[in-house]
Design a protein around this ligand. Structure first.
Ligand SMILES: Nc1ncnc2c1ncn2[C@@H]1O[C@H](COP(=O)(O)OP(=O)(O)OP(=O)(O)O)[C@@H](O)[C@H]1O
Ligand SMILES: [Mg+2]
Length: 594
């Protein structure tokens, strides 16, 4: 707790310092005072002794002088006694037992009439019984004596104790006062630091709104202000950085292309959602779905990028999609060292498909045009060469040429139609149309054809009128193609049914035959231009189509806000079902092409 708190540390340090200093000071003071009192006392005793000496010198008897001295010293509780040894000659040595306490120099001092001060320790070793003794040589009427003025140390005890108590009291008071003051001081000093710590902790949690309350202008105050500036600048910088990062990541995620960056070990450092989507199927199925490593073919590409030190582009096929992958090296800030690679993957499946479609289209058109053209060329050459003498043969040749010309015209018209429909430039003229009446009229056109092919044509019409909003010519084109297809693909004694009904908000037109059907493999593709399910049969029987009919049909139905579907099986034949919104329910299709 203390180790973690700056307040406690500061506080304890100040208190400890003060305690040590005061203790030291009080010990020294104590010693000084002890010494001072002892000195003072000694001097006092010496003065008393000298007073007695003066009295004796002036003719008083030593005992009278001692009594006077005793009286004078009563306040001081000193004891004065004159020890007169055996009368001795003036210069003779005093042979007193007290002289045992004297050192040689003190003896000399004593003999020369100087006062000798001695601190005598008690025999019982109790310092209370110690005493200060002053000895002075006095002479009286030819006798020499020794004056002793002594004072028990215990007499000095009272002032010393008083002083000691005073010191202890003031030290204690100072310590108490210092403790309180040090606490307030350290609390004040450390408050901004504690606040800074709190704000820094908040910053670590991503909150940069914290502020320190700065009240002083000292170093800590300045530190607090600097800290506040730092926090707000960090806040701005981080906000700017995260804005930039968000912008970058939203750009990356809104891209259709996959973008991936990796370090030199092939570990992915950045991958946008399209890249992740495309990589997941390439990953090891046991992995946890995290994209950590580049897929194998990108890793391979990376090694060639690194060895080439330049961008590499390659076409790869991932889970059936064709991808154009470009990889470029990423350099360190020195512009020399490669630190990784960045790769962009573009899905070019659709581009490639359109490309193939375009090529197929040109091939198909050329093919479809070449047949009638070569026939026309052949037959016209025969006519020019006067082939066939009789008029009938020439008419037959001319009819073939005429038919082929019509076929070519139809092909060109169909292509034009389709191009207009696809580009959205086809102008429909929508009118109210009674589908029942309309379908009966179109079906009538096929009576002769059906009879020729020995096919039963059945009409299943609704009892009431079924009104739609439609372009009559275009709808006729639709019905004609479906009926034509049905009759052409139905063998003798078969049946073709045309059914017109209304279900809820839709009109249903069904063309059903009992023909050969369309194989499930072909069924999804019959709507494509030039697609012919049974190539062998549709050509060469004089009733071949171009494969454009259903493509046009579908576009027209879609333009009417409707839909078309085909069901087929070899046993039951084929059924085409068109559904078109009834009048009042038609919502024109949005036309992107304008
Ligand atoms: N009722 C059907 N029964 C069996 N196959 C059909 C039927 N209708 C269409 N198909 C198949 O679908 C193909 C595409 O038909 P679509 O009408 O688009 O072309 P087409 O009839 O060959 O030529 P076009 O209609 O331009 O004269 C046909 O070639 C045929 O193989
Ligand atoms: Mg057709």
């Amino acid at each position: 707790m203390i180790r973690n708190s700056i307040v406690a540390k500061l506080w304890l340090t100040i208190v400890a310092m003060v305690v040590v200093v005061l203790a030291l000071l009080s010990v020294l003071l104590q010693q000084f005072l002890d010494h001072y009192i002892y000195q003072q006392q000694s001097r006092q005793l010496v003065r008393i002794a000298q007073s007695v000496q003066i009295l004796v010198n002036n003719g008083e008897t030593p005992s009278t002088a001692a009594q006077v001295a005793q009286k004078l010293t009563s306040v001081q509780k000193a004891h004065v006694q004159v020890i007169i040894a055996e009368p001795i000659a003036q210069n003779k040595q005093l042979n007193s037992e007290y002289q045992h306490h004297f050192t040689a120099s003190q003896k000399h001092q004593f003999q020369s009439g100087q006062p000798v001060t001695i601190h005598i320790r008690a025999k019982d070793r109790n310092p209370e019984h110690d005493s200060i003794n002053v000895y002075l040589r006095i002479s009286h009427a030819k006798t020499v004596g020794m004056l002793e003025v002594s004072q028990k140390m215990s007499a000095l005890h009272a002032p010393i104790t008083l002083m000691r108590n005073l010191i202890v009291f003031s030290v204690g008071l100072s310590i108490l006062f210092t403790t309180a003051l040090a606490f307030v001081l350290s609390k004040n000093i450390s408050r901004p630091l504690v606040q800074m710590n709190k704000v820094a902790e908040e910053m670590a949690d991503g909150n940069f709104r914290g502020k320190i309350r700065v009240v002083t202008t000292d170093e800590v105050g300045r530190l607090g202000r600097t800290f506040n500036t730092l926090v707000s600048q960090l806040d701005h910088t981080i906000a700017a950085l995260s804005r930039e990062k968000e912008q970058l990541s939203s750009i990356l995620s809104s891209l259709n292309d996959g973008v991936v960056a990796a370090d030199l070990e092939g570990s992915v450092t950045l991958a946008n959602p399209p890249a992740v989507r495309r990589f997941i199927p390439l990953m090891d199925p046991d992995s946890d779905g995290e994209i950590r490593k580049l897929p194998a073919d990108l890793a391979q590409l990376m090694s060639s990028v690194i060895s080439k030190r330049g961008p590499v582009t390659r076409e790869l096929t991932w889970t059936g999609r064709e991808m154009l992958v470009t990889m470029t090296p990423l350099y360190e800030s020195d512009g020399e060292q490669i630190r990784g690679v960045v790769s962009v993957q573009r899905d070019i499946t659709e581009e490639r498909r359109l490309d193939r479609l375009r090529k197929d289209f040109i091939a198909n058109v050329s093919h479809e045009l070449r047949t009638p053209l070569s026939m026309m060329q052949g037959y016209s050459e025969a006519l020019l060469d006067d082939f066939g003498d009789d008029r009938e043969q020439r008419i037959e040749l001319s009819e073939i040429i005429h038919d082929e010309a019509i076929r070519m015209k139809r092909l060109v018209n169909d292509l034009l139609n389709l191009a207009q429909l696809e580009s959205g430039h086809f102008q429909m003229s929508m009118n109210e149309l009674n589908l029942v009446q309309f379908s009966e009229r179109v079906a009538r056109k096929f009576h002769a054809m059906a009879q020729d092919e020995r096919i039963t044509l059945k009409l299943d019409m609704a009892e009431r009128d079924i009104m739609i909003l439609g372009d009559a010519d275009r709808m006729e084109q639709v019905l004609t193609n479906l009926m034509d297809n049905a009759i052409r693909h139905t063998p003798e004694n078969g049946m073709v049914t045309l059914r017109v009904q209304a279900i809820e908000a839709h009109a249903l037109i069904q063309v059903k035959d009992t023909g050969s059907g369309i194989s499930p493999e072909d069924l999804p593709y019959i709507w494509e231009r030039f697609y012919k399910a049974d190539k062998s049969r549709t050509r060469g029987q004089g009733k071949s189509g171009t494969g454009l009919g259903l493509a046009i049909t579908r576009y027209i139905v879609l333009e009417h806000g409707g839909d078309i579907a085909a069901n087929s099986s070899p046993e039951d034949g084929t059924t085409f079902t068109i559904s078109i919104p009834l009048l009042g329910h038609f919502i024109p299709a949005k036309n992107d092409g304008g």
